[in-house]
Design a protein around this ligand. Structure first.
Ligand code: GDP
Ligand code: IMO
Ligand code: MG
Length: 427
């Protein structure tokens, strides 16, 4: 029964945990699905009925049951990329215009924001963040500097506002000595994107969301990126520029904290990271390559090879704490099907000392301390219920639950919507 609550689903690692797939699976339980932060740096993959879709700005609740989907005020939106994404969906028979609402307060990613992203990265030499190049950082910088352009701005005297912002950006780009760009073509498509946006219902997401809640309907908020990429709590400065944590759903949509119900924390049975920054359990050996190959660990936005390693329980505990996770979801279990043994990091050794928390000054030198468990060496991909789980797999689940203090309620055994197992464990 629906009661007018907001559940939040978010990544507990460094992104790409499989959020899109699970949001799609859970969509029938909700009335509205909403994105609250990030932008086209996200790539959320869904597979069903033999089709594969990658969503970047559009929430993953768009495919099931004609539900309303909302792009909240905390999102940054690139009109050209949004137009491409929406048109592709329409072409494949998924009409969006009547049920995708966009917050007027969401900020616009301009072509010059993307150039600035590249220019800032180039200026960092070997300390690059390894961004997705989508202009995320510069757009949020403008937002916080109170100099941004918002979706609502397109309704009035937009060209003049756009030109003023562009001129300011061009000066910033020049001051970085960056000359290797030409936005003429991109700008044309971008402006077409602005016209295209006007066909959608522009809302104040806070008003819309609270109206939905008052009528007793339930909302699912879809996080992008992951907790370890959060601007405040992630591995700064190798992070994204938004609050990816649960609190981001409050500020990114206009939901009061006391309306939040369940917080679904999603993680892979192992761990990956794209871009630079510390990754204590990263594997540089054959096992790392095997995980990468078996898990098809290549970025859905940039195609970059994802760095792979064992599951990191120190980082996961930290993520569970800052998000108030009530239910865990474990993804990509099948990727570990063939391993004889599986490792889980339970502590770090840093500067000769053993620690069980994620340190402020984490460096690449941190050494993981592992517990080794037997692998299940069973094909998990055809499993339909938890009754079929092999003993070693159950032991892995129990070990993680005991360490993390939260139950694993959903287990994913393949990329398809159907390859999802809900566990009916006692509360
Ligand atoms: P997101 O950004 O969190 O939505 O995750 P991505 O879509 O970037 O990356 C997850 C990848 O893993 C996608 O290619 C999914 O199709 C795939 N995937 C999701 N769940 C599973 C699973 O249980 N097993 C396997 N093998 N692949 C999965
Ligand atoms: P989803 O939603 C994985 C990473 C980038 C880079 C850092 C900053 O698919 O999980 P940005 O372009 O945001 O300024 O890049 O964050 N990053 C992601 N990594 N999944 C994502 O999204 C990511 N979005 C950004 O690789 O290290
Ligand atoms: Mg992704």
């Amino acid at each position: 029964m629906n009661t007018g609550k907001v559940d939040v689903l978010l990544g507990l690692q460094w992104g790409d945990e499989g959020k899109g797939k699970v949001v799609d699976v859970l969509t029938p339980k909700y009335d509205v699905i909403a994105r609250f932060q990030g932008g086209p740096n996200a790539g959320h993959t869904l597979e069903f009925e033999g089709q594969k879709y990658v969503l970047r700005s559009i929430p993953s609740g768009i495919f099931q049951g004609g539900k309303v989907n909302i792009i909240g005020n905390g999102v940054v939106l690139a009109p050209d990329l949004f137009m491409q994404e929406a048109k592709d969906l329409e072409k494949s028979g998924h009409d969006l215009k009547s049920r995708l609402y966009i917050s007027k307060k969401a900020h616009l990613i301009m072509p010059t924001h993307r150039v600035l992203d590249a220019a800032i990265e180039a200026s960092k030499g070997k300390n690059k963040v390894g961004t997705t190049g989508k202009g995320i950082g510069p757009t949020y910088t403008d937002k916080v500097s109170r100099t941004g352009l918002r979706v609502g701005d397109i309704l009035d005297n937009f060209e003049a506002k756009y030109e003023a912002h562009k001129a300011k950006h061009l000066k910033q780009i020049a001051s970085l000595g960056y000359t290797d760009f030409d936005i003429t073509e991109v700008e044309k498509t971008w402006m077409e994107g602005i016209e295209y946006l006007k066909q959608f219902r522009m809302v104040d997401s806070e008003v819309e969301i609270n109206k939905v809640l008052r009528s007793g309907k339930d909302i699912l908020c879809e996080g992008a990126q992951g907790t370890m990429l959060d601007i405040d709590f992630g591995s700064y400065p190798f992070v994204t520029s938004s609050n990816t944590v649960c609190a981001g759903a409050c500020t990114g949509l206009g939901v009061a904290p006391n309306k939040i119900g369940d917080v679904y924390g999603i993680f892979k049975a192992y761990c990956t990271r794209v871009g630079s920054g510390p990754f204590p359990t990263e594997l540089f050996d054959k096992t790392g390559d095997q995980i990468c190959t078996l898990g098809h660990e290549f970025g859905s936005v940039t195609g970059r090879k994802r760095r792979c390693g064992w599951v990191d329980l120190v980082a996961l505990k930290y993520s569970i704490m800052v998000n108030g996770v009530t239910k865990l979801i474990m993804m990509k279990s099948d990727v570990l099907d063939t391993f004889e043994t599986i490792k889980a990091c339970v502590a770090y050794k840093m500067n000769g000392e053993e620690i069980d928390y994620f340190p402020y000054d984490i460096t690449d030198e941190v050494e993981p301390i592992y517990v080794e468990l037997p692998g299940w060496q069973t094909d998990m991909t055809k499993m339909q219920s938890e009754d079929e789980f092999p003993e070693e797999f159950n032991a892995y689940l129990s070990f993680l639950e005991e360490q993390l203090g939260v139950q694993i309620k959903i287990v994913s055994v393949g990329p398809d919507r159907e390859q999802t197992i809900i566990r009916y464990t006692e509360e």
